[in-house]
Design a protein around this ligand. Structure first.
Ligand code: HAM
Length: 458
């Protein structure tokens, strides 16, 4: 995907070769529609609550940026070198669709120079030209959070705790946390040399498809899924043995903080992550319920040099991003966080032309009731069926008799939990409708009276 694509001339008028064609979403992208979209809204709502309680504010950055913002992630990484959607705009500016969020957050920090610590969260679409499969898409969606301006290990703990709390809130359980430290620039240099010379000695045992990485990007060998390479990686020198006294102490403080908060974790010295900006802490939550190739639902770490690389002052940072699609696959596999039921509370049935349904739904919505109706002047049977399908607890029926008398017929249908409760319908003056509705809701949904047997212990 690199190189400046030339802009093809747009077909005009009758020459349009797509005329009469039916279109579908591009490969690796998806529409998100109800009811599944209700799950995304609920997921975001849950995260927003946790982020808000922890003092993170919402940051929104553009979906495309100057390509230079993203090349700072590391020209040698797949994300930048192979997968970025690059383009030139009509004024020949070199731009790219964002492949991740951290570089944009650091660019925003360098541009606006906010007071620190700067704690922000973000969400939205990201783009990588990958081979699509379950859990891997070309447009995917992340939720992320970053804390800039402090190197305090407690900031690392806070970021990880926010993620762990969020997973707990949506009910995910089988998502172990793996932790590592990449040390500082000296650590990476010394470790890179040791790793390269080890891999050069073992080159013949490395899977041929991975061999070019030995010189180009030795760290990438460590997370290869190919069996022969993984066997070589298992015996490779470990980065945790190369940490300086200061970075080792930082790592220990992070681990102690996680222990203090009861957040279980395992140290994984081969956890190097796919982006080049990491220093010190790195971590991943991997879903035990998903296929190993796509089991990382959340990744993050420290990037103490990235703001400076983007033209800002030296500023440490720590953050994470989680993939919403993958997270929901893990929820499916664990049977948690179902699609929420989207249900009307009241369904208005109007057999006198529709004006009463128009006015009543409007009036009810304005006082906070989820009210809906059918359109197109359908028969009363069709409207009753629609009321049934909607899951509404109460139907309001308005025909010519009710209109002449200024009344509404209130017919209880079911309890909010879908259960049944016998209650007669009643016809009330319009002025008493809201009071009547409140009473009917209360009676319908009141706990069932205890039976004679259960109130009379033997
Ligand atoms: P990342 O590991 O590249 O890290 O992506 C984070 C998460 O996004 C992954 O764990 C995965 O769940 C999801 N993801 C990535 N690519 C795809 C894809 N093609 N399809 C579906 N889901 C995907 C980052 O992006 C860093 N910015 C994280 C970070 C924040 N580090 C520090 N702060």
């Amino acid at each position: 995907m690199s190189g400046t694509p030339s802009t093809p001339a747009r077909p005009s008028g009758g020459d349009d070769p797509t005329a009469g064609k039916s279109f579908r979403t591009p490969i690796g992208t998806h529409d998100l529609a109800p009811p599944e979209s209700g799950r995304w809204v609920a997921l975001l709502g849950t995260f927003i609550g946790a982020a808000d309680r922890a003092g993170f504010g919402y940051l929104q950055t553009p979906i495309f940026e100057d390509i230079g913002v993203f090349s700072r992630i590391g020209e040698g990484t797949d994300v930048v070198g192979k997968e970025m959607y690059e383009f030139a705009d009509r004024s020949d500016r070199r731009l790219a669709l964002r492949p991740e969020g951290t570089a944009s957050v650091c660019r925003a920090f360098a541009q606006h120079r906010p007071t620190t610590p700067w704690k922000v969260w973000y969400q939205g679409p990201f783009f990588r030209y990958e081979a699509p499969q379950a859990g891997r898409y070309r447009q995917f969606h992340q939720i992320g959070a970053e804390t800039l301006g402090t190197d305090d290990p407690d900031a690392d703990v806070e970021i990880i705790a926010l993620t762990a709390e969020f997973f707990g809130a949506i009910g995910l359980q089988r998502v172990p946390l793996l932790l590592n430290s990449m040390g500082d620039a000296d650590t990476r240099l010394a470790y890179g040399e040791a790793l390269t010379s080890y891999l050069q000695r073992r080159a013949a045992d490395v899977d041929p498809a991975d061999r070019d990485k030995i010189e180009r990007h030795p760290l990438r060998i460590l997370d290869s899924k190919r069996a022969a390479t993984a066997a070589v990686a298992a015996e490779a020198p470990q980065i945790t043995d190369f940490l300086s006294g200061e970075t080792a102490a930082h790592f220990e403080r992070v681990r102690a903080g996680l222990d203090a908060l009861g957040i279980e974790h395992a140290v994984e010295p081969k956890l190097v992550r796919g982006l080049d900006y990491y220093t010190r802490t790195t971590f991943e939550f991997r879903a035990a319920s998903l296929d190993a190739a796509q089991d990382t639902i959340c990744g993050g770490g420290r990037y103490n040099g990235l703001v400076e690389a983007l033209g800002g002052p030296p500023t440490p940072g720590i953050g994470f991003a989680l993939g919403i699609e993958r997270l929901l696959l893990a929820c499916d596999a664990e049977g948690v966080f179902d699609v929420p039921a989207q249900r009307a509370e009241v369904w208005v049935i109007d057999t006198a032309g529709g004006a009463a349904a128009r006015d009543l739904t409007h009036q009810l919505r304005s006082v906070g009731v989820r009210a809906d109706r059918a359109f197109d002047d359908r028969s009363i049977r069709a409207q009753m069926r629609a009321a049934d399908r909607s899951g509404a607890e109460i139907a309001l029926i308005v025909g010519t008799d009710e209109i002449d008398a200024g009344t509404v017929t209130v017919r209880p249908l079911r309890r909010a939990d879908g259960g049944s409760r016998d209650m007669p319908q009643q016809t009330v003056p319009r002025s008493e409708l809201l009071v009547t509705l409140r009473t009917v809701f209360d009676v319908l949904n009141a706990p069932a009276p205890a039976s004679a047997d259960s109130s009379n212990p033997a």
